[in-house]
Ligand binder design. Structure first.
Ligand SMILES: CC(=O)SCCNC(=O)CCNC(=O)[C@H](O)C(C)(C)COP(=O)(O)OP(=O)(O)OC[C@H]1O[C@@H](n2cnc3c(N)ncnc32)[C@H](O)[C@@H]1OP(=O)(O)O
Ligand SMILES: CC(C)C(=O)C(=O)O
Ligand SMILES: [Mg+2]
Length: 513
């Protein structure tokens, strides 16, 4: 292996599973393991075999099934744990026993209640026991981040002499800062005489939000294995996130001249699978895999990205397995993105239409977080109908209704630059609006409603409602549509839209006025 190759050790199924509420059954572990194999991680830590019969079977099933990765199982510095781990792992193509013991003063004194020399003895014995089963043995110094450097050097030298092929230096409680942690790794490289016989691994927790930064600092200072999890899952605030570590290595190759075997185009699929299996949603602004990681809403950014994606994207969406970036249309969006989206939906509006549609878009965007393609279709439809001849325009609407009161609507419309207003009651709010419109618009006086339909065009509480009405106006039948976040207003728009269409039919060129 080249000296700059970083081994990616995924512990989603072990440390990730230690997140409260994140336990996985055998079938779930296997599904994730198969995806990790597609992602091409080097090592899958599948669980802690002594923890429970279920975890034993989980580790064994993964070990027996996965062919392209090493499979590891965790165990304490105890013969019973180590032998049980081996029982689970022995069917693997390349099984790794991972044994650990705490080395910080606080853990040794209060948790293990052991003297430092006893800890060294137990660590060496554990490595030897593991080594009697397999040549692939990893040893971890739990809480190495708070371990006294001289003692860490001593115990690392001893476990390598006992046969450990990987020595892991975890920042178990996410306490260290990047420069400090990097220095710890460099110290080991410089002071442990047999360090070249093992790969130095790092395992960083995110209690101060520094897990990825610490992992990278360790790599720069000599570590060649990074332990990480999909979506940064793990005890408390989690572990270093695999996708962040890997994409940092790939994106900043200029100053991080290291490589790894991960197929980054499988990142998104892996993240989604882990999220759906564990039920832990990914926060929208999570680096690399959050829903907003490749989304742009601001007009200036959208304009830049449309002209050249690199203006605001340091990685391509394709590199993490996304088909495309996402232009979110909202109140911060500009004309460029709006026009581009309409074009992709097949609408080529002229400048005047575009201007009016954009104004309506901004009004709507003030009421809604995000405008979807369906919202835009409704806007465009409205603009087209207006083009047919918007003779009547709704300028005001007020409805009062309740459990005991008869609904009353006050409606104002503009016609040829003049406004008029009427009120009416009805059996429901919509009927009261239609009755007011019947009084206001002479052609509507006898309008019979043949069909009334409401549909949520988009999702969520702030969805656009689209209303369709079909009216009989004398001999003709005409249909109208309206959309708004308020369905009563959408109903008024639909009714007026039908009348305007009927008026257009009567007045359009060739018909004679
Ligand atoms: C930083 C990490 O992520 S470490 C891994 C943490 N993961 C887990 O603990 C998940 C799996 N754990 C379990 O299922 C259980 O804790 C078991 C099966 C391992 C042990 O269960 P129990 O025997 O009931 O012990 P319990 O968990 O209450 O206490 C842990 C014991 O292990 C000892 N211990 C802790 N770490 C080690 C170690 N690396 N080597 C040897 N002994 C250890 C503790 O001192 C304590 O010993 P004591 O009983 O003599 O006081
Ligand atoms: C057991 C070790 C590797 C661990 O998870 C930690 O120290 O955080
Ligand atoms: Mg951990």
């Amino acid at each position: 292996m080249s000296e700059n190759r970083i081994v990616i050790f995924d512990t989603t199924l072990r440390d990730g599973e230690q997140s409260p509420g994140c336990s996985m059954n055998v079938e779930e572990k296997l599904r994730i393991a198969r995806q990790l194999e597609r992602l091409k991680v080097d090592v899958i830590e599948a669980g802690f075999p002594i923890a429970s019969p279920g975890d034993f079977i989980g580790v064994k099933t993964v070990a027996d099934t996965i062919k392209e990765c090493q499979v590891a199982g965790l165990c304490r510095a105890k013969d019973t744990d180590i032998d049980r781990a081996w029982e689970a792992l022995q069917g693997a193509v390349d099984p790794r026993i991972h044994t650990f013991i705490a080395t910080s003063p606080i853990h040794m004194q209060h948790k293990l209640r052991m003297e430092p020399d006893e800890v060294i003895e137990a660590a060496v014995a554990a490595v030897k026991r593991a080594k009697s089963h397999t040549s692939n043995v990893e040893w971890s110094a739990e809480d190495a981040g708070r371990t006294e450097p001289d003692f860490l050097c001593r115990i690392v030298e001893a476990v390598i002499a006992a046969g450990a092929t990987t020595v892991n230096i975890p920042d178990t409680v996410g306490y260290t800062l990047p420069h400090e942690y990097g220095e710890r790794i460099r110290t080991l490289c410089e002071r442990v005489p047999n360090i070249h016989k093992a790969i130095i691994s790092v395992h960083c927790h995110n209690d101060l939000g520094l897990a990825v930064a610490n992992s990278l600092s360790a790599v720069i200072n000599g570590a060649r294995q990074v332990e990480c999890t999909i979506n940064g899952l793990g005890e408390r605030a989690g572990n270093a996130s695999l996708e962040e570590v890997v994409m940092a290595l790939r994106t900043r190759k200029d100053i991080l001249p290291y490589s790894c075997g991960v197929d980054t185009t499988e990142i998104m699929r892996s993240s989604k699978l882990v999220s759906s299996v564990t039920g832990f949603p990914v926060q929208p602004n999570k680096a690399i895999v959050g829903a907003n990681a490749f989304a742009h809403e601001s007009g200036i950014h959208q304009d830049g990205v449309l002209k050249k994606a690199d203006t605001y994207e340091i990685m391509t969406p394709a590199s993490v397995g996304l088909s495309t970036n996402r232009m979110v249309l909202g109140k911060h969006s500009g004309r460029h993105a709006f026009k581009e989206r309409l074009k992709s939906l097949g609408h080529d509006l002229d400048n005047e239409q575009l201007k009016r549609a954009f104004e309506r878009f901004k009004e709507l965007a003030d009421k809604k977080h995000e405008l979807f393609d369906e919202d835009l279709e409704v806007l465009v439809d409205e603009e087209m109908y207006r083009h047919f001849g918007a003779y009547y325009k709704l300028t005001r609407l007020h409805v009062a209704s309740g459990t005991r009161d008869t609904p009353v609507a006050v409606v104002q419309v503009e016609y040829n630059g003049e406004e008029s207003m009427h009120s009416a009651w009805g059996k429901g709010s919509v009927e009261s609006v239609f009755n007011a419109l019947r009084k206001l618009i002479p052609e509507a006086a006898e309008a019979e409603v043949l069909l009334y339909q409401v549909r949520a065009v988009t999702e969520g509480i702030d969805a656009q409602g689209e209303v369709t009405v079909r009216l009989r106006l004398g001999e003709s039948i005409v249909q109208g549509q309206g959309a708004d976040t308020d369905i009563i207003i959408a109903s008024a728009h639909a009714f007026i839209n039908a009348l305007n269409k009927a008026a257009y039919q009567r007045h359009k060129p060739g018909k004679g006025v």
